[in-house]
Design a protein around this ligand. Sequence first.
Ligand code: ZN
Length: 386
Amino acid sequence: MANYYPKKRRKIRYNNLAILLAILLLIILIIAKGCSAIFGNREPKEDEPAQPLTTQDLAQDELPIDQNMADPTSQRYYTFSSVTLTADDLGTGNLVLVNNNIAFKGQVTEDELDVVREKKNNAYSVKDYTVLVRPEVMEHLNTMLLDFYNATGSEGVMVNAGYRTLEYQQELYDEDLAQSGQDSSSLVAKPGFSEHHTGLAIDFTVYEDGKYDQSKIGTGDYAWINENCHKYGFINRYPLGKEKLTMIDNEPWHFRYVGVAHATVMKNYDYCLEEYIDFIKNFTIRKGFLQVDTDDGAIYMIYYVPMSADSDTTSVFIPVKDKDTKELYPYEISGNNVDGWIVTFQFKAPDSVPTVLPLTGDEAPVPDGEDASLEDGADNTNNSEE
Ligand SMILES: [Zn+2]
């Protein structure tokens, strides 16, 4: 019985312990609450290690989602879904970078292209049935040249070139070498290294007074196209002053489709495609999206996803618009044709779809020589051209 403690004494000890624990718990709670108030809304910092994101990182329950937050350029505004891509996908999309140093990695077959002669409206003409472009180019080309016609009344624009096969580029290249007597060409891109392989590039010329004149593009009424093309997703690909970056002389007549959001940024910052593809690497899911407000009232978010260095596949995360239905924001993914992908999603739709007034009346501006050129090939047009 020596170890017996009176019941009363034991009860007092437990009471003291409970009070002490309660006080400790209270202090811990107060400290924890203070910390979360300070750090709870912390934005990801640029100097955070750029670890590859995993599905778990972005799982719905893992991130404090708050769609009332003011900043939709932050990943914390969203939940994400993902698609898996491989190196084979680098050459697909509207933002592939192709130049004298970077061969086109993509594959284009003619059956996925539109014949401009069959799909065009009457606001312009086209060289012949051999001019092919990607469907997204076709659609925006029609709108742009219709607006150009309505703005200026000019019927002179002719689409002179679109998609080119490797074989055709080889012909152009060999012809240029034969003419110049040089070992390499500063006018015609090597086969495989021409933007025209993508189906996203077009050349214009002007047909006026029975003559073709490519040098008129960018001057007079035709300058309207160079000044407004970004609204339709086109850029002037080889601008004056960027020759060292593009490695091609200024070509006011060569346009490249990249999409409205990207063309708008390039216009605003005066970037050529080489500069833009570098610039866009500053925007990632961790660092935050690039927000682009376009002239039509739409809002786009843009970010870069580098190709995984240690896996054959890369998970590209796409924001979910509706958590219940899992519907995604409308999005596009494009490879940069080098080392990663650019994701563009439409955060807000355009204010209204602009009404396009179709041209009425007779088949309008078709130059006399156009159908003849079906037989002559390119002989009556100016082909000085990368
Ligand atoms: Zn061209």
